[in-house]
Design a protein around this ligand. Sequence first.
Ligand code: ADP
Length: 633
Amino acid sequence: MFNITPKLESLKDDMKMLIKGFKLLNNMLRWVLPITAMTALFSSVYPFINIYMSSLIIDELTTNRKLNTLIFYVAVTITLNFTILLIGNGLSHLKDIQSNLIYNKQEMMINNKVLIMDFEHVENPQIELMRRKISECRNMCGGGVCQLLYGFDRLIKSIITILVSVFFVFNLFTMAKNSLDKGSVAIINSPLLSIILIATILASTFLTMVTNTRSSKKQFNIMDKFIPMNRMFNYYFGEYIDGYKAGKDIRIYNQKELVENEAMSFLHNGNKLFKDIGNIKGGYSSINAAISSFLSGVVYIFVGLKALIGIFSVGSLVKYTGSIYQFTNGFSQLMTSFTDLRTNNKYLKLYFDFMDIKNVKYHGTLPVEKREDNEYEIEFRNVSFKYPASEKYVLKNLSLKLHIGERLAIVGMNGSGKTTMIKLLCRLYDPTHGEILLNGIDIKKYDYKEYISIFSVVFQDFKLFSFSLGQNVATSVEFDKEKVFQCLSKAGLGKRISELPKGVDTPLYKDFDEDGVEISGGEAQKIAIARALYKDAHFIILDEPTSALDPIAEFEIYSKFNDIVGHKTAIYISHRLSSCRFCDNIAVFHQGEIIQRGSHDVLISNENGKYHQLWTAQAQYYSNETSLQHGEN
Ligand code: ADP
């Protein structure tokens, strides 16, 4: 079971997760943490330069008023400001580049994981949901690895701010004028007043921390709600309204109102969430503003009175009030960034859980025998299979042998297990019971890359990409143009390709190129067949490869089937029995079992058999005679 809403129970778990996260960041990009820390250092020191220099300038203005000293202070202030801003901006720029690299690297790592993980995990809806949630969290609020980096930045900034502000404020409580003072001076100078001020600072810091943490938690919770909404946004505005392919259905079935209502309700809910976030931010920042104003007032009175009796200079007023403000701010930032990091841990854990999914398959090491006589034999021996997380056996005690050069047609109703058998043959899944053998050896023992190299498969739900036709057929950047053209011609697309100005270099679809060609479902199937031919593997498996073809094109493929497939071993799957009539060796699947074997003539002659029953039923709807005659004409 895979958990898509993981939780970390204790602070210890959180700390472990953070360390794991920081190690990951460090491994992803060696300099990202030091550069982020340096950027944080510069940006947190910057305000203190101005606070300190302003206090010196004010002191000079209120005391000696020496022009040279003033010029010196101003020059130092400008130089320091300029230097720190310059270095800070440079570092910040570097940090932005690195954050972007981290974002892209994470994307690449996830994609790479999907490409190499066991196929049964790819088809597992929970794992797919995990993957989607990871990218949705990242897109919505940088949740996961990226948020960890922002959190680290804020954490370091707040720690440095606290340290520097404590250093600056220290004197405020240690300096006293004269313990023998009497009256109001003694009161102003008394430790009690200092204790009251410290208590006020701590109380304000605590309150600010509480409000910030609450505000941040609430915002994170709302962000969580944005995640499924983001999915809906992509669906309605990306796939449905924006996708011209849905345009036909929208018009024919008058779906405008339906889509509009759904999209509008989504927008309405989205706006409400934005409003909620605004309210939270607004509400809590007003409270913070009140706390901060109150504290400033108290500090001004305290420091002002001390300045009045001469303990501090007037400039100190600026230094202390500014530093205390920085302290409260820094402390609450420290707490909020820590809370945010802990909240973010659930996204981080989701990412690690996904990346840590173990590959349990494909540990075989045997090379596939390279036989000059091409004598390869596949055997299914008592194979039964049920999909993970399902109790129902989809294949039951299946036994079957297939020699090189043979043709096998598999027919049967939808859902009878035909495609599943091919998935097992290609080791996309392993049998629950029984074994599949290649030349007498369990296929699990073979090196998977070697093993799969002997198969070409055209699945029902094959995919073509928005690359050039040639790249689609050859599945590589560089390809043999002549061979691509020959394969496309064999699949029945020769004329169509020769009419294209760019031939096999024509981009498929218009996603990236206006000159791309849009193709029909039947043409796509032919390209997929050409791709299977280009691979030139010993076994060719066609799973409902002509379902989108018109009867004439279908007939063309059948009549040339032997020519197309050549000396290869072919497995041909279809629920349309007429499609497989040409094959001498037909296996009839029913509810996961092979219930009949033989040629069309033998099978049809058994009037009580499933084949006869299916044939008669289909004949009513799909006249094979008509289609064959069309083809012959
Ligand atoms: P056919 O190719 O004969 O139409 P399939 O092999 O595709 O049949 O499907 C056989 C059965 O397995 C069906 O009941 C189908 O719902 C089920 N099935 C197919 N793929 C999966 C999957 N990934 N997870 C769970 N059940 C599946």
